[in-house]
Write a protein that binds this ligand. Structure first.
Ligand code: ACO
Length: 323
């Protein structure tokens, strides 16, 4: 059986770090409020010349170097983003060009904070179907550019960045001991639009718009939705929370992460948390966290790893893989 195995990973962050203390000077907020409610201590904010595509391309280059490959070895690029450089062409095609790659194909996936999980599941389908041998899956965002910087309820929560993995087709026996993506569980429900959305778009206002969120409403749904898709992924593979080596959640808020882990009976020692460093980088948060934990040696070859996210739409999903 063909499985999509992670062969390399990489990240890219903007140069500028913005701390909670920096934000205290900009809006009526405090380090104490932000840390207590979210766990966020700092975030990276894109400056001049830094865009979703530039950060995504840098993360892709780092992932290719880590895999010992070049763009010539890649058949497919999928970019998960809600903050593209342009309405079109897709940021994935922009990155393809930045990598000097003129073969294969590239497209974007838009599932907001769940985007990386949806993109991994999509790439897995192409690889298992035999159409693609190697794929670059990238989560890249510049949410700072869609924030209303006068709205303290949202502007303190988000940051910019990118992470990437190289997936490679490998023949495996077809059991849950295999390396690679074992299963994915994806969901969406558009009835929740008003709770988290951007109030602009090419076909409505002709503007880019700003992020709007009913934070409490999002919080209320998050833990239940996240744990549902994780349980589905366990059931599909005959595994349990006890088998898991690492939970790599979307980094929106430390309280949501802790609540989900507690409900699933996963100790926090097995949970990768980077929200303190990066803030919520939407589709980039999982590959940033995953690459951080792989680079520092926490995630090792053969480890069972659950990725999960919930975001605007609502969309939510989980991917279970063996590293
Ligand atoms: N600084 C100081 N005070 C603030 C700030 C701020 N930045 N923002 C809001 N407040 C105030 C409010 O005005 C309110 O004051 P009031 O009681 O005088 O009216 C008080 O703090 C409490 O506000 P709540 O919104 O009720 O605070 P809550 O405890 O719900 O925390 C938060 C807000 C952190 C946004 C929380 O609801 C949350 O984490 N929600 C989930 C949001 C999330 O994770 N979204 C992303 C998931 S999807 C995706 O990633 C795109």
């Amino acid at each position: 059986m063909i499985r999509a195995v992670v062969r390399g990973f990489g990240t890219a962050l903007p140069k500028q770090v913005v701390t909670n203390q920096d934000l205290e000077k900009r809006v009526d907020t405090s380090d104490e409020w932000i840390v207590q409610r979210t766990g966020i201590r700092q975030r990276y904010i894109a400056g001049e010349g830094e865009t979703t595509a530039s950060l995504g391309a840098d993360a892709a280059r780092a992932a290719l170097a880590n895999a010992g490959l070049t763009a010539d070895d890649i058949d497919l690029i999928i970019v998960a983003t809600s903050t593209p450089d342009n309405t079109f062409p897709a940021t994935a095609v922009n990155i393809q060009n930045r990598l000097g790659m003129h073969h294969g194909f590239a497209f974007d996936v838009q599932a907001v904070c769940s985007g990386f999980v949806f993109a991994m599941a999509t790439a897995d389908g192409y690889i298992r179907g035999g159409m693609v041998r190697r794929a670059l899956v990238i989560g890249a965002e510049t949410f700072s550019r869609i924030l209303d910087w006068s709205d303290r309820t949202t502007c303190v929560l988000f940051g910019d960045g990118a992470g990437a993995v190289v997936l490679e087709a490998t023949e495996q026996p077809g059991t849950c001991a295999d390396r690679g993506i074992l299963t994915a569980s994806l969901r969406s429900d558009g009835a929740h639009k008003e709770k988290l959305y951007v109030d602009g778009g090419p076909s409505t206002t002709g503007t880019v718009g700003h992020l709007r969120m009913e934070g409490r409403e999002v919080f209320k749904h998050a833990v239940g939705m996240i744990t549902d898709v994780i349980v589905s992924a366990f059931e599909a593979t005959g595994t349990t929370a006890d088998d898991l080596d690492w939970l790599v959640p979307h980094q929106a808020n430390r309280r949501i992460i802790e609540g989900s882990a507690k409900k699933l009976g996963i100790p926090m020692e097995k949970v990768v948390v980077t929200v303190d460093l990066h803030g919520n980088t939407s589709a980039a948060s999982i590959p940033l966290a995953l690459a951080t934990a792989a680079a520092d040696g926490r995630i090792k070859k053969g480890d069972l790893v659950m990725l999960e996210a919930m975001g605007g739409g609502f969309t939510w999903g989980a991917v279970l893989l063996r590293w």
